[in-house]
Design a protein around this ligand. Structure first.
Ligand code: GUN
Ligand code: FE
Length: 431
């Protein structure tokens, strides 16, 4: 048994999604699980815990829950920052699928995934939902890297069975077979923090039979599901051409893909009836504002989703997104939300607390893993970041003494990953 104590200032979103600021706490952790959070702790009680390791924060430091990136494409990291002269469907064909097809090369996969997992951990992403490539070996390697470096992760081997010119697709039968092989391979890693996730790429590139079989596998094995939805108007037009006059939500509903463990990226152009279905199924939308701006896809009205009882998590969506830092993504949420209100939408802009919640507890709820992570309630696992506004190479200077609330704002608006000085996943120090 390993016992750890973390003392200092703590910020998290509580069960009511209210961000709370506590100047002096002690968090008691046993085998990676939070046993107790004591406010203004009595030293005797801390001593009685007989910790193997005591971590006392320095002045200017504070502890926050780990960030959750609910949607990113590990294979696309070599294209970071490329291709934004195109819109989605052109961008996919010109830049993205040609890159992803190269992942039959295990050396490339090894090099890229090692960097992806190390770098995302450095930026405080303690839970990541990844799209890998069509190839089982490469996709399994990504899961192995997450396990090796200690990231909590959902790793998906995407499915595409609609024939494409450059050969980046599989027959329906093969796509199912390789998915089953991939699931087994991830299970064999034997790390409960790293789970396979069913990943139909999106309705335009998957036939109904494939999606239905994938839904069956998810049901049988109680797995999460991830895909894309309502990202551009062009995409919706083509979905209507492919499946008849219908919505993308209806296509996924017919396939059986909408569950409480399903997360769908984007959701910009959803009709009211779709919101109703998604809420009924408990399916979450993952907001990816940087990607939506880079590819000129649109501005997602997240308030509307939430008003319709849909859980919303955050996604960097690399390489539609041009940064794997969720700090950058949080700023994009604020920019998009402010832009919507500036352009006449009936929309009260989000503030930094809303977005902090979205990147932590919001992501956990979207993934239905809020019993495990998202905040520091006793019984949950200790996924946490130590933030230091006196860190070297910080963009911030400390001209005066700031309150804890001010420091969270300063970190979110003007901080960088140098301010994230330690990262823990289930108590394991990964930075
Ligand atoms: N829709 C289908 N595939 C993708 C992808 O790789 N990125 C984004 N942004 N949208 C997609
Ligand atoms: Fe995506």
């Amino acid at each position: 048994m390993v016992r750890q104590v973390f003392t200092g200032s703590m910020i998290h979103a509580d069960e009511k999604e209210e961000v709370t600021f506590q100047d002096n706490v002690a968090i008691l952790v046993e085998d990676g699980k939070i046993i107790d959070v004591m406010e203004n702790p009595d030293q005797q009680k801390i001593d009685d815990f007989h910790a193997d390791e005591v971590n006392n924060s320095s002045p200017g430091q504070f502890i926050v829950p780990g960030f959750i990136d609910c949607h990113t494409h590990a294979v696309q990291f070599p294209n970071l920052g490329l291709g934004f002269n195109k819109t989605l469907l052109d961008w996919l064909e010109t830049y993205t699928f040609p890159l992803e097809r190269q992942y039959t090369d295990q050396e490339l996969a090894e090099k890229v995934f090692e960097i992806v997992v190390k770098r995302t951990l450095q930026t405080g992403i303690t839970t990541a939902c990844y799209f890998a490539s069509l190839y089982t070996e490469a996709s399994t390697l990504l899961a192995e890297k997450c396990s090796q470096f200690g990231q909590r992760a959902f790793v998906g081997k995407p499915n595409i069975d609609v024939p494409r010119d450059n050969g980046y697709y599989e027959s329906t039968e093969k796509s199912i077979e390789t998915t089953k092989t991939f699931i087994k391979a991830v299970e064999q890693i034997g790390n409960p923090l790293v789970r396979p996730i069913i990943t139909p790429r999106f309705a335009l590139k998957c036939d109904m039979e494939l999606m239905q079989e994938l839904a069956e596998i998810a049901k049988e094995k109680d797995l999460h599901i991830q895909s894309h939805i309502a990202e551009t108007e062009d995409q919706l037009k083509r979905i209507k051409e492919k499946f008849g006059e219908t919505t993308c939500t209806a296509v996924y509903e017919t396939a059986g893909l909408l569950t409480k463990k399903t997360i769908l990226a984007h959701g910009i152009y959803l009709e009211d009836s779709e919101l109703y279905t998604l809420a009924k199924r408990g399916t979450a939308i993952i907001h990816c504002p940087s990607s939506n701006i880079n590819l000129k896809s649109g501005l997602c009205d997240v308030r509307r989703l939430k008003a319709n009882n849909i859980d919303v998590g955050l996604g960097t969506d690399v390489s539609g997104g041009s940064s794997y830092s969720i700090l950058d993504e949080m700023r994009s949420v604020l920019h998009v939300s402010s832009s919507l209100s500036l352009t006449g939408h009936d929309n009260v802009p989000f503030d930094y607390k809303d977005v902090f919640c979205m990147a932590t507890l919001g992501g956990a709820k979207a993934l239905s893993i809020e019993d495990k992570v998202g905040n520091f309630m006793p019984g949950k696992e200790f996924d946490a970041l130590v933030i230091d506004l006196n860190a070297e190479n910080s963009l911030l200077d400390n001209f005066r003494k700031y309150t804890l609330e001010e420091n969270l704002q300063r970190f979110m608006y003007s901080g960088n990953d140098h301010n994230i000085v330690s990262v823990y996943v289930k108590g394991r120090k990964v930075k």
